[in-house]
Design a protein around this ligand. Structure first.
Ligand code: PMP
Length: 385
């Protein structure tokens, strides 16, 4: 059994070997990808190879891919009222986002605060399609942003159905696929998205790279102006090494995600079965609907997520709190709140996310750690009673 077990793949995945090799090799590319000399053309070739690899992963064309610093920036670029569709400029006067989106989508990009509306989700964490239809019936030209799968619960959204509803109302659809690309089937055409956000580090590429794939619509103006890199959508010298690593990760993920997903689902399901035996009062969020094969988000009454995460860590296991946890500060999860979860219960939500190298002994270690966390909780509760 290895010294530690890592179960926070939805925060970031370890670098794949293929990505490391491509990244290290590209660090020695001497040129800037926009230069015309041989060195520049060599760097350009690395970027274009990666563009093809990323495009292939999601069934897009290479020319639809814009490289950018990550999913956060891709979301910020996509969410703008001024779009170009079918060669014509269109102005969106409303932004509809689901209540469970990542903070970078909830913030609404370049839309004014009073133009942003939140769509509710069901108790299972699925976007409420009735509420979407009702919101669209109010008219205007909406841009809608719904994530492919949620990072906290793993719940997969019915994107193709949402795309059909949005398009029938004359709107555009942006999909944040940071958690799905390279993990489950994520095909631009099947999803029906006009714009799709990807993150390199969630699929085993380096951090600090991502892509916005643009098909049915594209932002009329860039976020960062300056040089004409990335067809003018993202000024600044390309991060050639990170992009090369991203491309290699995308290619490796495309070749292996199906088998890896089946393996992770059986490990995750085994964990959940034993979790329910150990803690019969456990609540597993989103368990009744389709979820990512690698994610489980659960809570037992009385648990405090911060304490649990630290106890897991002391037992050699890295998990995360189900609450949004950035800059080390734990706040109530907006995702679980939107699902109508009891705040006292969701304060103890723990997120366990597996990856392609997770093993059965890792799951055993996780279960041993959980038994200790649960026993300590029972002891505290007995003491307090
Ligand atoms: N969207 C989702 C759904 C995410 O899970 C994350 C990462 N937590 C992001 C966007 C941001 O990704 P990046 O780190 O590449 O900016």
């Amino acid at each position: 059994m290895s010294a530690r077990a890592y179960f926070d793949w939805n925060a970031t995945a370890p670098l794949r070997d293929e990505a490391r090799a491509a990244l290290v090799a590209a660090l020695d590319a001497a040129g800037a990808a926009s230069s015309v000399h041989s060195e520049g053309r060599a760097a350009r070739a690395l970027v274009e190879k990666a563009r093809g690899q990323v495009a292939d992963l999601v069934g897009a064309e290479a020319k639809e891919v814009v490289f950018i610093s990550g999913a956060t920036e891709a979301n910020a670029l996509a969410l703008t009222p001024e779009l170009v569709a079918l060669g014509r400029q269109v102005a969106c006067d409303r932004l509809l986002v689901s209540a469970i989106e990542h903070a970078s989508v909830l913030s609404g990009g370049r839309f004014a605060a009073d133009k942003i509306e939140r769509l509710p989700v069901t108790a299972d964490g699925v976007v409420d399609l009735g509420a979407l239809r009702a919101a669209l019936a109010k008219g205007g030209r909406p841009l809608v942003s719904v994530m492919h799968a949620n990072n906290e619960t793993g719940v997969i959204q019915p994107i193709a159905e949402i795309a059909a509803i949005v398009h029938a109302a004359g709107g555009f659809l942006h999909v944040d696929a940071a958690q799905t690309a390279g993990r489950i089937a994520c095909d631009m055409m099947a999803l029906g998205a006009d714009m799709l956000t990807l993150s390199s580090h969630k699929m085993g590429g380096p951090q600090g790279a991502g892509a916005l794939i643009m098909r049915g619509a594209q932002p009329a103006t860039p976020l960062i102006k300056g040089g004409g890199q990335e067809r003018g959508f993202r000024a600044g010298t390309e991060n050639v090494a990170a992009i090369a690593g991203f491309g290699a990760a995308a290619a490796a993920a495309a070749a292996t995600y199906e088998a890896a997903g089946d393996r992770m689902a059986s490990l995750r399901d085994r964990f959940e079965t034993l979790l329910k035996l150990t803690s019969p009062d456990v609540v597993i969020f989103g368990a009744a609907v389709p979820r990512l094969p690698n994610t489980t988000c659960f809570a037992v009454p009385g648990l405090k997520a911060e304490t649990a995460v630290i106890s897991f860590d002391l037992n050699g296991v890295a998990v995360s709190s189900g609450s949004a946890c950035s800059s080390g500060k734990v706040t109530a999860s907006h995702v679980l709140a939107a699902m109508g979860a009891d705040p006292a219960l969701s304060a103890g939500a723990v997120r366990v996310s597996l990856g392609w190298t997770t093993t059965e002994p890792d799951i055993d270690r996780l279960l041993i750690a959980w038994k200790r966390v649960a026993a300590a909780l029972l002891k505290r509760q007995a003491h307090a009673a």
